[in-house]
Ligand binder design. Structure first.
Ligand code: NAD
Ligand code: ZN
Ligand code: ZN
Length: 355
């Protein structure tokens, strides 16, 4: 049962491309659990990882990509906890030390020992320095990182574990600021952004104003319930301001993080507003007083989300409140999926399923 080969999409050198290879099917030891993968989402962070220069990330090569994973428990190590063999789950991908105070509450995304783990080049989690889920099977360090999904379709479930979770965590950071009809700007309506729009509509009464550089993404924003959508143009800040009573938006969720998106964010934010930088697009902000940032601005840099938040996201999806826009690919089409994402030709999330 536990022997034989498994296919995996592996990053073997910085700059890529990732390669589909056969590796030995892992055997769970101790607390480990083997998951038979049903679906794995492709995130723009995968492109950032593939494109990173040697030494830029604290990861050892090679490793299997895939940090958004849904599957079925196939085999448990002798001291495994959590879901039983046969149960369908998503993987909570940020893997911390598992024993600090943060990890104890399921906030492994903010593990107290992260600096030490990085110094040892242990990896950030599934598919990020450690073998992930773009494979037929995947090992997780413990059943504690598994969240049951019941009969949710695998292609819907997998993207919840990062695109959905990170969007939910980002919205949680600004929830107290989002009064009725307050304007919140969502920049970048891709994998994360289209779920953020849905989460904002389902859990707040704010006005959701979406910005993208692609018409197709704005159509998706509209389908997800955004009140207004606009392409990024020189007059976009003015257009957004006029939709927020002239004062500006109380919050901006930037799912791009590039120079142009951050410039727009700063331009459209009202004093005392919330700027949430989620995207890793290489842009920089200067924090100086006085400076370009409106007075009273609060900035957050969320990373992924907690396990209890993942449970909340799964439950929204199971209630039919959250629907992922999926572009399906076979595992053997990983290279094509990566190329499509790079070219900006994915609507919602590209999801790989073993073929
Ligand atoms: P994606 O490619 O699916 O979506 C990005 C969207 O932004 C696309 O629709 C694109 O057209 C749009 N866009 C690009 N440039 C723009 C601009 N200047 N202004 C407005 N829109 C623009 O990417 P994704 O998978 O949703 O990831 C988004 C970002 O978030 C990436 O940088 C990724 O690495 C990062 N990310 C961060 C976390 C975290 O924990 N902080 C987690 C996952 C992903
Ligand atoms: Zn990601
Ligand atoms: Zn920890």
């Amino acid at each position: 049962m536990s022997t034989g080969a498994t296919r995996a999409v592996r990053l073997t050198r910085w700059g890529g491309p990732p390669i589909l290879t056969e590796t030995a099917r892992p055997v769970p030891r101790g607390e480990e659990v083997l998951i038979e993968v049903e679906a794995a989402g492709l995130c723009r962070s995968d492109l950032h990882v593939i494109d990173a220069g040697p030494g830029a990330l604290p990861y050892r090569l090679p490793f299997t990509l895939g940090h958004e994973v849904a599957g079925r428990v196939a085999q448990r190590g002798p001291s495994a906890v959590g879901p039983a063999v046969g149960e369908r789950v998503v993987v909570h991908g940020p893997w911390g030390c598992g024993s600090c105070a943060r990890c104890g509450t399921g906030a492994e995304n903010y593990c107290d020992r992260r600096t030490a783990l990085d110094a040892d080049r242990v990896g950030t989690g599934a598919g990020l320095g450690r073998d992930g889920g773009m494979a037929d099977a995947m090992l997780v360090p413990s059943g504690r990182v598994l969240v049951p999904v019941g009969d949710l379709a695998a292609e819907q479930a997998a993207p919840l574990s990062d695109a959905g979770l990170t969007a939910y965590h980002s919205v949680a950071m600004i929830r107290p600021a989002l009064g009725e009809d307050e304007g919140v700007v969502v920049i970048g309506v891709g994998g994360l952004g289209h779920l953020a729009v849905q989460i904002l509509r389902a859990t707040t009464s704010a006005r959701v104003l979406a910005v993208d550089v692609r018409e197709e993404a704005l159509a998706l924003a509209d389908a997800c319930g955004a009140h207004f959508g606009t392409l990024l143009r020189p007059d976009t800040a003015a257009a957004l301001r006029s939709r927020t009573g002239g004062a500006g938006a109380v919050a901006v969720l930037d799912f791009v993080g590039s120079r142009s998106s951050l410039e727009l964010a700063v331009d459209v934010l009202r004093p005392g507003g919330e700027l949430v930088v989620v995207g890793s697009g290489g842009g920089e902000l200067t924090v100086r007083k006085p400076g370009a940032l409106p007075p009273g601005t609060r900035i957050s840099l969320p990373f992924w989300g907690t396990r209890p938040e993942l449970e909340a996201v799964v439950s929204l999806a199971r209630d039919g409140v959250l629907t992922v826009g999926v572009e399906p690919f076979g595992l053997s089409q990983a290279t094509e999926a990566v190329a499509r994402l790079r070219e900006g030709r994915v609507r919602g999330r590209a999801v790989l399923t073993p073929d």
